[in-house]
Structures are given as C-alpha cells and as structure tokens.
Write a protein of this length. Structure first.
Lengths: 223, 485
C-alpha cells in the first residue's frame, strides 16, 4: 500500500497535471527560496534615528505597552524599580543569561534577580530583545539560555530591554538580522514577535488585557 | 463508512430550519450586533491607515497562487527543513487518519491531558472527540474555545468562536462548570470572567503532557510553523509540555519569511483590525541543546482531507484562504443567522464555498444558496477570493446534479419557457403589473397575495406603479431619442 505521503503527492500532481520532475518548476522554486523577494514593504518604518525610535514608541503605546527611555545603561535599574513601585509589584525579577542583564547593577536599587526559566510562579520577567520593528512597535525575542521563552509568557509583568540601535524599520530587516546571526535556512526554536501585552476580545468583542500572557509589558529603550 | 465519518456531524442539510431558529433567538441576535459593528469598523480603520494595504492584498494573493502552482515542491522542501531542525512530519489523507496519528503521538507521549491552541483544522477533523475516545482529555485554551468547550458547542466564527454568546450566558456557564469556586462570587465585570478562566487554564498549561496548536503559516525556507494569538495561549500550549504537535492543512505553506510577512500584514488587519496580532510566533523543531525551556519533541501533522483534489478545479481559489474571517464579518446573511446555522465547522461565505468541497454538495448545498450576492465578502477578502462566483459554481453543480428541490426546479423551468417567448412575456407582465397597480394603488403595498405567501408572510409586497420595467424603458428611450433628433 502506498503511504499517505506518496498518495497526497500523487493526488496533488494529478490535480496539477505535473510529474514533479519538471526542471522549470524546480528552478522557479529554488530561485524564490534563494532570492527571497520582499514584495510590498510599508514605507512607514523607513525613517532614521530619533524619528524611528519615536515611531516604534508610538506604535507600542498604541497597543498598550509602557515605553521608557534610558539614556544610559545605568539608568535602567532605577526605571525598572520605579515601575515596579508604582504598581506595587514585588522587587523580584527573573532573567536569563543575556550579558546585558548581567552588566546592570540591580543591587543598588534593592532589586533581587533570579536566574533561569519560569515555572509559573514569578511576578516579573526580564528579557532583552534581539530587535524591534518600528512599523508595528513589535519586539523580537528568541529562545535560548540568554532569554528563556517562558519568561515572555508566564510572569504577570514582562520587562523587555532593547538597545535603540536595534530598532529596525520593518519585518524584512528582522529576517536579515536573524539570517546574519543564525545562518541561512534555520531559526532558533522559538522566535517571538510581541506587540503589546496579552489580551482577549472573546467576551462580547470587548478588548480586555491580561488573557493568558503578561498583563503588563514595559519596554525600556536604551540609548 | 465514508472517510469523513469522524469529522464533525454536519447540520448543514437543515440550514433553512437552523436559520429560522437563529432569527428567533434573542440572545443570539443581541450577540451578533457586535459582529455587525466592531469588526467592520476596526478593519476599515486598519486598512485606511496603511497606504500599501491594497497592494499587499495583491501580493498575498500572488504568493498563494504561486504556492498552489508549486505545492508539491514546497511541501517537499518544507518537510526536509523540519527534519533538518529535528522535527517530524506526518501526512494524513483524511480526517480520520489525522486524528489517529495525533492520538497515537499522544499515547506514545503517555499523555492524559493535552492543551490545545485554537485550530480550525482540528475542528474539521473532529480531534477532540477522537482524543476523548482514547481516554485523553483535550483542554481548549483560547478563551472563546474554552467557553464553547464547556458548553459542548462548536465555534460559530473562525476567529471569535464564542461570538454568538452574551456575557450573561458566559457567566452562567462559568457558575455551572466551576463548582469548586464560591457560588456567591461576583462575576459582573467581564474582567472577572477573564481572570477566572486565566487561573483555571494556567493550571492546565502547567500540567499538560502534550500541546497541540494549529498553524497560520508554514515556512518552507526554514521549516517553521507560525501561529498568531492575542492571548498568548498558543505559546503557553507549545512551550510548556514535552511534546508540541502542530496540525495544519497542506495549503498553509509559504516559500520564505518575506512571504510570511506579506501575509501577516493583511491577516491581522483583515481579521481584527490590528496592525499585528499580539503574539506572532515562529516555531522551528524542538528545543536545542542548551535551551532552558521549550518542547523536547516537535511533530507536524499535514492534513489533505480533500484539498489536493481542489487544485486545478474551479474551487482552487478557495485554497488561498488565510482564515481571517473578514468575509463573515461583512456578510449580511452571517449577521442575521450567526455561524451555527451553517451547520458545520466553517461558516459565512468562506464556509459556503469550502464546506460543500469537504463534506459534499449533497449535504451542504443549501449553504451556497444562503447568499444575497452583495459581494462584500469578495471586496474585503485579503487574498481576493471570488467568493460569490464560487458560490454560483456550487449552485450550478447542485442544479446539474438534481439536488435542488422539485418546486424550485419546476418554477425555474416554467419561468424559462415563459422568458423564451418575448411577446407572451410582455403581454402577461404588463397585464399583471397593471392589474396589481390598480388593486394596490390606495395602500401602495399588499399584505397578502395568492401564491406569494413566502414573501408576504414576513413583509408586505410593494404594489407596482402600473407599468412594467420594459415598457418604461421603451418610453424613456423613445423620449430621449426624440430629444436628440
């Protein structure tokens, strides 16, 4: 008996009237996979410097993220501390091994840092974004020991640091960046585009924040 | 037994009765008001704010067409890339086969509880019933899906499964089901319902042995699956258990990440009017050496279930569908009767085209007839599927196969014989128009007419002005010609 796989391919090729061996079709597919045409890219994000940071900030705020700016790395801990205090949240954060997170003096702000993935009992998660997308105000985070993926979803409050020069105009620039870092044709196990805190509109189409993921998202732009 | 026997039982053959019941259901009518306004306004705003939106729709359509012309080759490439990332790919010809593969994977993982992200194809194959039959408890984690699961219902909308319910109904269901909680607790605010579901489901997320999600897109270039959710439930479903199973139909493939971005840009805007869904997640294989979290096993189940035969047919265009729901959000028939009246998994215009392809026109022939042909569905479709045209194709097929009712066929052949004889047609219509015009002149409409109770039972019939369209046309034309001369 033919396998399900073989039968599905046979059925597809019968419907298409092809054998799967046509050189031109194979060439078209190989070309597209190699050339990766960009299609229509919104021009919205193609502004430079401060203007791009402002666009990113505005877009993220439009989707209910809190955005703060830290001129220097040393400003980050006080911003995080103030944010937690304002909301009456515990001065306890969980983080991964990202070097940036270990270059900050948290002790001076009486903040306690826990290391490693979350088991669902953490109030606050702390991560570093690989990049940002100005077009939509999205953060890009990738799995691995530097930033465990559970920190993006289990804690009630997610605090994400992003260096200003890592805010890209569009998704297409993020793909380029991912290929540069991780090589062509592959990706880390999980790539998360995060655009605002978790929400649901499943009760009478009314948008409510804090569905299953974080109720609050704080983005700290550094530089 | 047909290959579709494990799929959801369809009530599509009862469409007319379903629709009548839906129109009389006050709670449903109140809930449907939210579809009529919120979805339409939000989409229009999102589209207006992006100058490139219509060009992106063309681009998304072109990508899907290109994929459908090369689907065998992209599927093979995708499969190879999933393997390269350490994942497994399974092919399923039918609904039954797909459910069996997933049940087997769950059993091998020793699963007693599985969490599920919202997946329409899992509804299509009747996965929950198959899991339950094998003693495995499926837990729907999307808030809307969770609500309908505790009600024992199917989704009434492809992106808002519980859109047919009011807040009061949901509160009653929570009180009925969550009996371990204080019966006197206050659930007045919708936020308290959300918080209650969040707490209950958080526990399930942490306990599940297997997580099953659908896929909005599969990327051939990298072997990644992409899902978008606003709640984050798709992510908690896949990163916490040891095994992540993705279920997707074969046409979800796109060639590259660039192509995925084109489609994501039109998907969220068309669906909910967002620029971007909150969580858009790319998953590639299982966790890597050194990863502190993520699933240890990654499986993809690719479902055909009739799709490979749609390619090359007049219904191929339907395979471009990205399941945004814009067609039903803009459909006056959907607004009137809601999703359940359609009787199967996919409601609205896309369902009216897809359902006969998947379960047969003999069972779902009413659906393509449930259309006013106003064309709004096609005008908002992000991948420009000519939905009214495809519904017409089904009507023709239904007629050719003598599946339409005898009275309908008899009426049509009577009218055809009549219309082929222009003199007779003009004579009878002008006589009738004059007679009705005279009779109805006083009131301007009829409350009852012989043989017209199908119309007059629910509304009045306006009285003709005493002249036929043809004779008015003729008179005006002549007057115009005279003026010219």
């Amino acid at each position: 008996m033919a396998s399900a796989r073989d039968e599905i391919f046979a059925s597809l090729r019968r419907s298409m009237g092809v054998t799967g061996q046509e050189a031109t079709r194979k060439m078209e597919v190989q070309t597209r996979l190699m050339q990766k045409p960009r299609g229509i890219v919104p021009q919205r994000g193609y502004v430079a410097g401060e203007e791009r940071i402002e666009l990113f900030t505005r877009q993220a705020q439009n989707v209910q993220a809190d955005v703060k700016r830290a001129a220097h790395l040393s400003d980050v801990a006080p911003i995080v501390r103030a944010y937690l205090r304002e909301r009456n949240l515990p001065a306890l954060l969980r983080r991964g091994q990202a070097p940036l997170l270990h270059a900050i003096d948290w002790d001076a702000q009486q903040l306690t840092l826990l290391d490693g993935p979350s088991d669902g009992h953490d109030a606050n998660g702390l991560s570093v974004a690989l990049g940002g997308c100005a077009e939509t105000g999205s953060l890009v985070l990738v799995s691995g020991p530097d930033n465990p993926t559970t920190l993006n979803f289990l804690p009630d409050n997610h605090i994400v640091l992003i260096e200003a020069n890592k805010i890209e105009p569009s998704f297409e620039d993020i793909w380029q960046k991912l290929r540069m870092i991780f090589g062509p044709d592959t990706l880390p196990r999980t790539v998360n585009f995060i655009t605002g805190p978790s929400r649901s509109a499943d009760i009478e189409q009314t948008m409510l924040l804090g569905a299953h993921g974080p109720r609050n998202l704080l983005i700290v732009i550094i530089g | 037994m047909s290959a579709h026997s494990t799929m959801h039982e369809s009530t599509s053959p009862r469409f007319k009765q379903n629709a009548r019941e839906a129109l009389d259901n006050k709670q449903l009518q109140s809930a449907l008001g939210h579809v009529r306004h919120r979805f339409i306004d939000k989409r229009a705003q999102a589209a207006a704010q992006l100058p490139e939106f219509d060009d992106l729709r063309d681009s998304a359509k072109a990508i899907k067409d290109h994929v459908l012309a090369h689907l065998d080759l992209y599927l093979a490439h995708y499969e190879q890339q999933v393997h390269a990332a350490g994942g497994h790919v399974h092919f399923a010809r039918t609904a039954q086969e797909a459910s069996a593969i997933i049940v087997d994977l769950c059993q091998k993982a020793g699963a007693t509880t599985v969490t599920k992200g919202k997946s329409m194809v899992s509804e299509e194959i009747g996965l929950n019933a198959a899991l339950l039959a094998a003693g495995i408890k499926p837990v729907e984690t999307d808030l809307g899906e969770y609500i309908i699961q505790i009600r024992g219902e199917t989704p009434s909308h492809i992106i808002a499964p519980a859109v047919h319910l009011t807040k009061a109904q949901i509160e009653a269901d929570f009180r009925r089901t969550h009996t371990h909680l204080d019966a006197k607790r206050n659930l007045d605010a919708p936020e308290s319902l959300l918080a209650e579901a969040r707490t209950l489901l958080r526990d399930q997320f942490l306990r599940a042995d297997v997580g099953i999600t659908g896929a909005n897109l599969l990327v051939a270039e990298t072997g990644s699956s992409i899902i978008v959710t606003n709640e984050g439930n798709g992510d908690l479903t896949q990163i916490l258990p040891k095994t992540h199973i993705v279920i997707a139909s074969i046409e979800k493939i796109v060639p590259t990440l660039e192509d995925a971005a084109q489609i994501l840009r039109v998907l969220a805007r068309s669906a909910t009017g967002q620029d971007m869904t909150v969580y858009s997640t790319l998953s590639t294989g299982p966790r890597r050496a050194g990863d502190p979290d993520g699933p240890e096993n990654y499986h993809v189940v690719l479902v055909d279930n009739g799709r490979s035969s749609m390619i090359g047919s007049e219904f191929e265009d339907m395979l471009r569908c990205i399941r945004c729901g814009a067609c039903m959000n803009h459909c006056p028939v959907y607004h009137a009767v809601g999703g359940h009246a359609y009787g199967w998994v996919y409601p609205g215009p896309m369902g009216s085209v897809l359902t006969p392809s998947l379960i047969g026109v003999d069972k779902a022939g009413h659906l393509p007839n449930a259309s006013t042909f106003c064309g709004r569905c096609e005008s908002v479709c992000p991948v420009r599927i000519p939905l009214p045209k495809l519904m017409r194709h089904w009507r023709e097929r239904e007629f050719e196969r003598h599946l339409s009712p005898a009275t309908f066929r008899w009426g049509l052949s009577f009218w055809a014989a009549f219309a082929k004889r222009p003199r007779l047609y003009r004579f009878v219509t002008s006589f009738t128009a004059r007679a009705l015009g005279m009779m109805g002149r006083k009131v301007g409409s009829f409350r009852w007419l012989p043989l017209a109770s199908g119309w007059t039972a629910t509304r009045n019939l306006a009285a003709p002005q005493g002249d036929t369209f043809q004779s008015q046309w003729h008179r005006q034309r002549t007057a115009k010609d005279q003026r010219k001369n």
